[in-house]
Design a protein around this ligand. Sequence first.
Ligand code: C2G
Length: 131
Amino acid sequence: MKKVITFGTFDVFHVGHINILERAAEMGNYLVVGVSSDQLNFSKKNRYPVYSEADRCRIIASLKFVDEVFLEESLELKKKYIEQHNADLLVMGDDWAGRFDWVKDVCEVLYLPRTPSISTTEIIEVVKNLK
Ligand code: C2G
């Protein structure tokens, strides 16, 4: 059995999120997703997500190719989360390329290409400018 783990905020859920989660799931037999907490998001991006962490976890947990969801409280705890879940492979989008290579002693690390032309930030801007 190959366990895959991935992390993200998944705020204002969109097709780019589906694409990476689906591709991550295809890399193994079991997919665990660490959803960034509201607090972690604030510390990274200086704003709270539009959707609460409870709602974001519920959305991700409802996907047919996701087996398990937990809350990611800190980027520095990545190795601990990987070990706790016995993950064999960490998958991230390539906007994070190289940034998690430091966990390579506990699991494989793979960066997949992001889906072009879609992001939560862009959706927020489009909605703001709707007349
Ligand atoms: N993603 C993608 N294509 C997009 C947008 C996002 O493939 N057009 C991927 C990102 O590369 C990431 C995942 O979707 O792997 C989640 O993206 P975000 O919600 O933006 O996650 P982020 O805030 O970068 O949090 O510990 C890592 C962090 O929690 C990642």
